[in-house]
Design a protein around this ligand. Sequence first.
Ligand code: ZN
Length: 290
Amino acid sequence: MRHGFTLLACAAKRFHGGGEAYSNSSTMFRFLKQRRRQRLRAQPFPPAWRSIITGNLPIFRRLPPEDQAELLGHVQVFLAEKHFEGCSGLELTDEIRVTIAAQACLLLLHRATDYYPELTSILVYPSGYTSYEARHLDGNIWDEGGEPRLGQTARWLGSLVLAWDDAKRGAAHPSDGRNLVLHEFAHQLDYEDFKTDGAPALATRAEYLTWARVMSREFAALQSAGETGTSTVLDTYGATNPAEFFAVVTEAFFERPRALRGRHPELYAQLARFFRQDPSRYSAETTTTP
Ligand SMILES: [Zn+2]
């Protein structure tokens, strides 16, 4: 027994040593990554890219100057790290890449971020596309039919798909409550704690508990509104499941913040705490009624 214990102790020591080596190399990796990102953020922003953002994202002009500068820095990192691919014959342009990146980076302002670490590639179709997926129906029955889509993403997939015409339209109308890019990238934020449960990575257990309490109640209310046909600030598609709920409330938070804050103050407070932003201060929204 003693011998076995010693072997185990040695094995544990070796493992621990390996852990330190791993820890040191991962600390070095993080340091180098952060330094590279700092350099990217500090690079002069290409004037042509800035023209694309000011032309395609009316919300950009409404942001405080310090937020504009932070956003442009994030766009530099995002475009350096993410791979874009055109689908169905779409030829990628700077307009496509920059317009998508700027919207995605709006979700990163004011927070420590690892730039959507689960995401490698963004696939862009010219417009809506058909997604072919085998879906389990019952027993041995599978449905392999196509489903029309504007965008999608999934954990472990490493990619996110967007219809370019809808992504551009979403940027051009910053207060209609709908934004495809914000929706799909909110899903990516949800994955950062390695779960698809509608809760992004929060700092403390107390924050998770409060989040769960508020979101559960709001999710149930949206389900009821969908069943009774009651008018709501939130798209009732959010009642599909908690993950879709988080994506839908993220769209509303950035696009209809005043209406959301007026109708759902606790929900708004939770999102404002997570995103460290108060979009009601810069929103293009003109009315507070749904
Ligand atoms: Zn979704």
